[in-house]
Design a protein around this ligand. Sequence first.
Ligand code: T4K
Length: 398
Amino acid sequence: MPHNFSAISGNAPTFTEPLPVGQLYFPDWSRYEAAMRGIWERRYYTNHGPLAQELEASLAHFLNVKHVVCVANATIGLMMAAEALVLKGKVIVPSHTFIATAQSLKWCGLQPVFCDVEPSDHQIDPQQVVGLIDEDVSAILAVNLWGGACDVASLDVLAREYDLALYFDSAQAFGCAIDGVPLASFGQAEVFSFHATKVLSAAEGGCVTTNDDDVAARLRNIRSSYGAGRPTQVVKTSNGRISEAQAAIALMSLDDYPSIQAKNKALFDVYRSNLAGIPGLRILDPANVTSSNYQYAVCELDEDAFGLSRDQLLRLLQAENVIARRYFYPGTHRCKGFDDNADADAARLPVTERLCQVGFQLPLGSRLFAESALKISTLIKCAHEQASALRPLIAREY
Ligand code: T4K
């Protein structure tokens, strides 16, 4: 049977340019130039400058939260949050997340206790959290994944019942809301990423949000070696400052957020309607939120029903310049530094283990347009229909 994949036959790929995952927002050049000119004129690069202050105020308004502490990236934001919450011992955290979530705990001398996620939406499983609580656990670090949210209400009840700190890695959840309440004021703190691949971009950057005055004061002192805000004694300080150039990009990105979100949703809808009904393929809707940033198109692939494995499909797509990627691989519990009890952890993490084999992300962001999302969906449909012809042509190795 003939097939529709040109690259595998040695011809030019379907797309001339690689289509990566990630938002990759670049503001209009003239706006960027004007913003950089302002920085030059003020002769002020960093250290809580006027643009950083404007960004914090604008974000506090947008997110409806009392304190926004902007930082150099979300990884350092997570480290600062753990310090500001004065955590000790063990912290319950999902393994199915970007490695930075657990790494932030390691940098703070805390021990991650890995928890599984729900098969339906990939969010942390509150039922399993309960079973993992012992006297050494001081906190739950939950992750709001894929432009959705975990079961925040159940986690909140648990944290209160067992007197644990609860904070959120909301790196992927900027702009999302639960019943109209923006993610930012849940738990003791939330941490957002403004990396280039995120829906709000500072190129590199992030913020920690909280409604707690003392946590905010500690965060500001940790961020800047006592540089800004009410002076408070803290055990560790760092350099988590956001520069003026980063803040300038983030402000432009915030202005453009409504149109970015709308474009994401339109692209997501193209995928959702055109991938529907393909045997073995499932695209995840953002979980537990009343509004989503739709910054990710995350899928699962069942090899038996689809006819090809996830990795075989990714090879085919990547050859066509569709840089779809497996996320997350491997599970954090199998990564160096966290793998001392990998097999025992794996036995407790069956959903995470499965998702490492079947989960992937499709391109979605500034370089993608509806026509390309449609073409990608068609390629995936053809991959299923022509699986038996394609299978011998695809090397099994990822
Ligand atoms: N917690 C969670 C749940 C997270 O998802 C993340 C970050 C964090 C914490 C930590 O946040 P940060 O400390 O990073 O603020 C990316 C990002 O580096 C990372 O921010 C993100 N999550 C993670 C899920 O993905 P990669 O290695 O998968 O993506 P990367 O940088 O290779 O970019 C994707 C594609 O975009 C590539 O094909 C190349 C292309 N690209 C990338 C950049 C940066 C461009 O064409 N231009 C660019 O400027 O990690």
